[in-house]
Design a protein around this ligand. Sequence first.
Ligand code: PRP
Ligand code: MN
Ligand code: MG
Length: 186
Amino acid sequence: MSSVDQDVEEILYTEDEIKQRVAEIGAALTEEYAERAARGEEIVLISVLRGAAIFMADLAREIKLPVEMDYMAISSYGSGTKSSGVVRILKDLSSEISGKHVIVAEDILDSGLTLTYLLKNLASREPLSIEVATLLRKNTKAQAKIDCKHVGFECPDRFIVGYGLDYAEKYRNLPYIGVLKPEIYQ
Ligand code: PRP
Ligand code: MN
Ligand code: MG
């Protein structure tokens, strides 16, 4: 076991389980968007750096249609609290999305503030359509209502890391998703 593995008290989703679920979502998206692609309509996968980068990279390879890949980086305003929901763009998309089908790939839906902001922002750019694929949706009471067409796993409200999810920028490169030992963040 490596030192990062030792910081995890329980594995929730193994590398194989994640791979399987991502393949299923990719297959569903391939079917769902095939006709639009056949009509020559453009599809763009978008993720918010940094957590979703790994999920999006794997998902993109399971979508058997031509897709663009683009990225945004955002940051909450003020003293680092997310509760205001006020966000600023650190890095915008590289390309226009108007007239394209947008698939937002997120690693996790927690409070929903990130996706609430993002969906509103992207919708204002007049894409042809927009939908969300999130690998994880946390089971929390205070979650903004977000319409997620594809959800990989409904996960418990625990302190989880891996497969893109960090604690203080660590653990993103774990190939599985697990629960961090409390002594690490206490
Ligand atoms: C995490 C995660 C989601 C967001 C979900 O990102 O990657 O993007 O929080 O939380 P929410 O639903 O409460 O908004 P974070 O802001 O930690 O940045 P990161 O992706 O760089 O880790
Ligand atoms: Mn994120
Ligand atoms: Mg984070």
